[in-house]
Design a protein around this ligand. Structure first.
Ligand SMILES: Cc1cc2nc3c(=O)[nH]c(=O)nc-3n(C[C@H](O)[C@H](O)[C@H](O)COP(=O)(O)OP(=O)(O)OC[C@H]3O[C@@H](n4cnc5c(N)ncnc54)[C@H](O)[C@@H]3O)c2cc1C
Length: 425
């Protein structure tokens, strides 16, 4: 038997983005023997998934899936985790990329024991981006309860540093560092995996749907945080206008999606997310009802069961028709105007709360990546089998909108392609 070469098997791979896709890619690559650089823009790992209340289809908390990956990450010595870091330059090619990284200071070093006394002492506040700005944290904050790394961070845009110094005064382990500066570092890797994921489409651009104008029009990502126990309302779904539990909730599917003026693509997961959120509402109160305004009810493969269960619930109703506009009624009510395309009738429906199912807008298009890296018309990167550029492989929602289980499988595929480059050297 001829011995196979193992040259370059462990060559370094860079993973950009530490959401569920990047996290999966990093642990798979490291367990296959590679040295991995995992670069994440946020102060924590997990991406958008850790901001969800529950996962469909099993409706378990997102920490279940993420925690398994984090456990693997903790026990592999080969992953260099770089949070609050972004790629600012790429040179070279497959087998030898020189990648320039820029790291923003965290302001809190590894001594941090997470005691939280700094938070008590801090006098300044900042909008809580983890809760999509629906509440505030202190300028020194833990991103969320189960954050990894489990360490506080300082938002220097809202911190008075030395002229305040209250957090440093109370810190018993000398963890506070106001002096950190933005640092750059160049690393050499054999291939790159891009897992930069998505952001919610900006609902402010959907003027006719009243977001930002009427308090009781919210987005689907905000709904996830309202329903979450660690969210701004402690897990109670309350109307922003009066903090009362809504009895009638309208879900506006395809808010800006499949629309040439906004996002031309279908985001694949929004219908299921709306069905899931309908369950949040129905389970919160026996008197509550939900109405879905949809173009198509998309629930692929085994996820069809999830839709059928909701269809069988008599407190859930469905209207096939795109919502043309939302206006405001008395006492903060919202009025949805649509055409029921099955009956041909114009419909006006009054609800206590409207939830806009905004789609997935790819982060990669705004990341400042080299112009030669291929994206489609929507800004999603071209993926695995045909690479975005030689030695550059996109995965997860950087490539196309998808649910978590599909992203995890896709990330494993991207690692195989990156591994092939590493072997070739
Ligand atoms: C309302 C809603 C509900 C959903 N509910 C479910 C559900 O119940 N079940 C399910 O399976 N799926 C659900 N999804 C889909 C799920 O959110 C995605 O499958 C998942 O987020 C994809 O993970 P990802 O890692 O590809 O992207 P992301 O979660 O977006 O992670 C990308 C990571 O990359 C980082 N990043 C971005 N740009 C850069 C950069 N330039 N440099 C460094 N880092 C960067 C980000 O900070 C982030 O950490 C839902 C989606 C929506 C909109």
């Amino acid at each position: 038997m001829t011995a196979t070469t193992t040259d370059n098997v462990g060559a370094p791979i860079l993973v950009i983005g530490g959401g569920i896709s990047g996290l999966s890619a990093a642990v798979e690559a490291s367990e296959a023997g590679h040295e991995v650089y995992l670069v994440e823009r946020n102060a924590y790992l997990g991406g958008r998934v850790v901001q969800l209340n529950k996962y469909f289809p099993k409706l378990c908390p997102p920490t279940c899936g993420v925690e398994i990956h984090l456990k693997r990450l903790r026990t592999t010595p080969r992953v260099h985790l770089l949070t609050q870091t972004e790629v600012v330059g790429v040179a070279g090619g497959p087998g030898k990329f020189e990648v320039e990284l820029e790291k923003t200071p965290r302001g809190v070093n590894a001594n941090c024991t997470n005691c939280g006394e700094c938070v008590e002492a801090c006098p300044k506040e900042r909008p809580n981006d983890f809760n999509y700005g629906m509440d505030e944290t202190k300028a020194i904050y833990l991103p969320y309860g189960a954050a990894f790394p489990a360490r506080h961070a300082i938002d220097f845009d809202h911190c008075d540093r030395d002229s305040c110094g209250k957090c440093r005064d109370v810190c018993k382990v000398d963890a506070i560092d106001f002096g950190g500066k933005v640092e750059t570092e160049t690393i050499t890797v054999s291939s790159l995996i891009v897992a930069t994921g998505w952001k919610p489409y900006d609902a402010n651009k959907l003027e006719e749907l009243g977001y930002g104008k009427f308090k009781n029009v919210i987005t689907n990502v905000e709904m996830e945080r309202l329903a979450a126990v660690d969210g701004p309302t402690g897990g109670k779904i309350l109307r922003p206008s009066d903090h009362q539990a809504p009895k009638v909730v309208a879900f506006v599917h395809c808010a800006g999606s499949r629309d040439e003026l906004h996002l031309a693509h279908c985001s694949a997961v929004c219908c299921l997310a709306s069905f899931k959120q309908a369950n949040y509402v129905l389970q919160a109160s026996e008197d509550a009802t939900v109405r879905h305004f949809y173009i198509d009810r998309r629930a692929p493969g085994r996820l069809e069961d999830f839709l059928q269960e909701l269809e069988n619930n008599e407190r859930a109703t469905f209207v096939k028709g795109r919502v043309a506009k939302i206006t405001e009624g008395a006492d903060g009510a919202v009025i949805l105007h649509a055409e029921d395309t099955l009956s041909g009738q114009k419909v006006e429906f009054t609800a206590d709360l409207a939830v806009l199912a905004v789609g997935l807008d790819p982060e990669a298009k705004d990341a400042g990546f080299p112009s030669g890296w291929l994206t489609d018309e929507q800004g999603f990167m071209v993926g695995n089998s045909s690479s975005a550029a030689p030695g550059v492989f996109a995965t997860g929602c950087a490539k196309r909108p998808a649910e978590v289980s599909a992203c995890v499988k896709d990330a494993t595929g991207a690692v195989l392609k990156a591994h092939q480059i590493a072997r070739r050297g």
